[in-house]
Design a protein around this ligand. Structure first.
Ligand SMILES: C[S@@+](CC[C@H](N)C(=O)[O-])C[C@H]1O[C@@H](n2cnc3c(N)ncnc32)[C@H](O)[C@@H]1O
Length: 632
């Protein structure tokens, strides 16, 4: 009947829908005219009126014959045909006929149900043999035949699972995600039970009752829901978010690739690096490529945002601009690791983006307000800390004074933190942690002792006034000098990007570096950036020792701005070690790779090399160079 309904033309259906009783003669005659010319209609009428098969014509012999045909088909596993014969038999079987001691109609119903169940059973067997496509077909038939709603639900659930499995087996990247899963499964489980606690300024947050040592995995979670971002739909697996191998990616124009958001694929990076590391000649081209590689490697360290997901427990961790935990993903799994020793009961807080040492206080606050609509109340934003004091600071003009000089806007942002100096952590049980904190405290004293020793004085602190000795500095001159130096470095950076560095530009930049050193505080981030650009330039012209010297100074400043064990320092150490390897200084490279290893392990534990395979090549490069050195 449904088949018949489906062939009625749209116009007639519409006419019938919009009709009322007055239109009945016209609508029925249209229908009649249509069916009179339909062969399907005539064959159905014939079928229904055939005295042999008609509903009203019951015939014991025909029913038994059809039943036997059904049984034969059932025995040869042709369940579809068997069900068809049982169905036909039921139409003609008289209700009161008894066959082999049972009512024929009841037996036919049971047989028909058995042939439907046989579909279901065969579907299950196909599933266990991993023949998902066949299994799905079997279950679809079983679903059609199943009469009870609970049975239907059961089959529908089975079908859903089956379709998932089938998609996975079709996905070429499934193997890799399974491997990744193995790495995670074999790894340590979080040893600490975390607690959701209430905080005075940030709502609920997460903490551990017991102390946690650095590098400990504190949390692991699968997403509640996840979705891949539009730009990555053609290049990444929609389930595990991993990048598809190049030959599985359909070629097409990708705006994201054009704008450089997606870095080079990891595989090509590592093989290039491997090649580069194994070369002995220090040709300019090779060196140039190497620093390029190092730069690209560092870009790779900042993970591309491929998808978005909701993690129910993960979303309970609050933000801090001075985080003590680090979150990363392997496939869809969220992993959170402590990056420093955390005393029991202390909140576990990650960075939602900005960090002390990376951005100044004002930019961090603005970012968090714009992106997440909250005013940050973390320790980094409410208490004095060294990086915020020095990041953009000028140096005091007085000879041998290490104090910082702030301009108006820096003073405005720092002023309300002045009276909140970092507390000396008496309750910290770990010796190491106490020393780190003490060092930081001493450093603040060193650059801003007026504010740390006389908290009442802090409120009156003026821009241009050295926070250590109180002497006044000419802010106009300091700004003008650094602005001019900035322009030279910007030109140099542009020349590096377009491969057009000239001797003139380099010499201007070197004298500008001196200007910056004489005006900026020695931990100012601009100095680190200037040193970094110079390292790149010297590398590109093959002056490796100079490149290493500038890179080393940049790292020293970053260690003050962040902390010696911060991942930002680790990224720079990647560069330094590849420069040292290029120069053939194996023993220096050993030390750098060792430091780098500690940092990456702290942030990523056993997953460091899985996340950044090139770490292996840097280690391998060191081993090669050491072996070469022993031979010669
Ligand atoms: C992902 S939720 C964290 C859990 C949240 N505290 C709760 O009670 O459900 C992020 C929200 O926590 C609060 N929050 C997190 N870190 C904060 C911080 N450093 N300062 C102020 N509020 C913060 C903000 O309200 C923010 O929108």
């Amino acid at each position: 009947m449904e088949k018949l309904k489906s062939i009625i033309p749209f116009e007639i259906k519409k006419k019938i829908e919009q009709s009322n009783t007055k239109d009945l003669p016209s609508t029925t005659s249209s229908l009649h005219y249509f069916f009179a010319n339909s062969s399907l209609f005539h064959s159905m009428v014939e079928d229904l009126t055939n005295p042999e098969l008609g509903f009203c014509s019951k015939n014991k012999e025909t029913a038994l014959e059809l039943k036997n045909k059904g049984n034969a088909c059932f025995s040869s596993s042709d369940y579809s045909q068997a069900a068809h014969f049982y169905f036909q038999a039921l139409r003609v079987a008289p209700v009161d006929v008894v066959d082999k001691g049972n009512k024929l109609v009841a037996a036919l119903f049971v047989n028909r149900a058995s042939s439907f169940h046989a579909w279901y059973r065969r579907g299950k067997v196909n599933t266990s043999l991993l023949n998902y496509e066949d299994a799905i077909c079997d279950l679809m038939v079983a679903l059609d035949f199943e009469g009870t709603s609970s049975g239907k639900r059961q089959i529908q659930n089975d079908l859903k699972l089956m379709e998932k499995e089938n998609q996975k087996s079709e996905n070429p990247f499934q193997e890799l995600s399974r491997q990744e899963q193995l790495v995670i499964d074999e790894d340590e489980m979080p040893p600490v039970e975390l607690q959701c606690v209430s905080t005075p300024t940030k709502g609920r947050g997460m903490a551990s009752l017991f102390e946690i040592s650095s590098a400990t995995l504190v949390h692991k979670e699968e997403p509640y829901a996840a979705i891949i971002l539009k730009n990555f739909r053609d290049t990444h697996c929609h389930f595990c978010f991993s990048e598809l191998p190049a030959d599985k990616v359909p070629y097409m124009y990708h705006p994201s690739k054009q704008s450089g958001n997606l870095s080079l694929p990891r595989d090509s990076m590592t093989s290039n690096l491997e090649q580069a590391c194994s070369r002995v000649e220090l040709k300019y081209l090779v060196l140039n490529r190497k620093i390029e590689l190092a730069n690209n490697l560092c870009q790779l360290l900042s993970e591309a945002r491929v998808g978005q997901a909701v993690y129910l427990s993960g979303s309970m961790f609050n933000h801090s601009c001075m985080p003590n935990i680090h979150a990363y993903f392997i496939s869809r799994t969220l992993l959170i690791r402590a990056t420093e020793y955390v005393p029991g009961g202390c909140p576990l807080e990650m960075s939602y983006g900005p960090q002390v040492g990376q951005w100044d206080h004002r930019n961090r606050q603005q970012f968090l307000l714009d992106r997440y609509t909250f005013k940050c109340q973390c320790n980094g934003c409410t208490r004095a800390n060294l990086p915020d004091l020095v990041l953009n600071a000028f140096r005091c003009a007085k000879v041998n004074c290490s104090g910082v000089v702030l301009d108006d806007s820096m003073v405005e942002y720092e002023k309300h933190k002045f009276c909140h100096l970092p507390e000396t952590p008496e309750n910290h049980s770990m010796e190491h942690q106490r020393e780190v904190d003490k060092l930081m405290h001493d450093e603040i004293k060193n650059v801003a002792c007026l504010m740390s020793e006389h908290s009442s004085h802090c409120r009156e602190i003026q821009s241009g006034c050295c926070l250590k000795c109180g002497s006044t500095n000419d802010l106009k001159y300091l700004h003008a000098t650094t602005d001019e130096a900035d322009t030279y470095f910007r030109s140099l950076q542009e020349a590096v990007n377009s491969n057009e560095v000239s001797a003139g530009l380099l010499s201007n930049a070197l004298s500008s570096l001196n200007d910056l050193k004489s005006t900026l505080h020695s931990y100012n981030k601009k100095l680190a950036e200037a040193e970094d650009i110079l390292a790149e330039v010297f590398c590109s012209v093959g002056e490796m020792q100079q490149a290493i010297d500038h890179c080393t100074i940049s790292i020293q400043i970053l260690k003050k701005l962040y902390s010696p064990g911060h991942i930002a320092v680790g990224n720079e150490l990647v560069k330094l070690s590849s420069l040292q390897l290029a120069l053939g200084d194996a023993s220096a490279a050993v030390d750098t790779v060792h430091q780098m290893n500690i940092i990456f392990s702290n942030y990523y534990g056993k997953h460091a090399e899985l996340m950044f395979p090139y770490l292996q090549y840097l280690k391998g490069g060191v081993v090669h160079k050491l072996a070469d050195g022993r031979k010669s």
